[in-house]
Design a protein around this ligand. Structure first.
Ligand code: DHK
Length: 145
């Protein structure tokens, strides 16, 4: 049976592909899901990709992952820089957590340089576009082998 990886996406990422394409590119979250599912096949990993604009919904999905997922890949988007609640929720999860940012946040505004989630993440990927999600899946494959 495949292990499940929950891939969580925070505010505004529903607009991926339409929103500021010069920063976030033209691919959509459907493209992200397809790429992650492809990589997952090589490692015996299934994927469940979710997106919400609501902090509490992200927290609830992290709680769900406690019972059903082997690992979490999370792009918390703006919640990266603000949310102690998301950090606390991730601290209740036992498996590996990988934080992904599509853009190179350290090249951007100073407020994007700090991440609460990085205090829990086992790995952080930034600036690889949506390829960052597939790279995170590969890493999950190694960590969960
Ligand atoms: C996405 C966002 O929406 C921003 O708020 C973050 C992140 C960066 C990304 O690069 O994927 O600052």
């Amino acid at each position: 049976m495949s292990k499940l990886i929950t891939i969580l996406n925070g505010p505004n990422l529903n607009l991926l592909g339409k929103r500021e394409p010069e920063i976030y590119g033209h691919d959509t979250l459907d493209d992200v899901e397809a790429a992650c599912a492809r990589v997952g096949k090589d490692f015996g990993l299934a994927v469940k990709l979710l997106q919400s604009n609501w902090e509490g919904q992200i927290v609830d999905w992290i709680h769900d992952a406690r019972h059903e997922a082997a690992g979490i890949i999370i792009n918390p988007a703006a919640l990266t820089h603000t949310s102690v609640a998301v950090l606390d929720a991730l601290n209740t999860f036992d498996g590996p957590v990988i934080e992904v940012h599509i853009s190179q946040v350290h090249k951007r505004e100073a407020f994007r340089h700090h991440s609460y989630v990085s205090m829990r993440a086992d790995g952080v990927i930034a600036g690889f576009g949506i390829d960052g999600y597939a790279l995170a899946m590969r890493r999950m494959g190694s960590l969960l082998a």
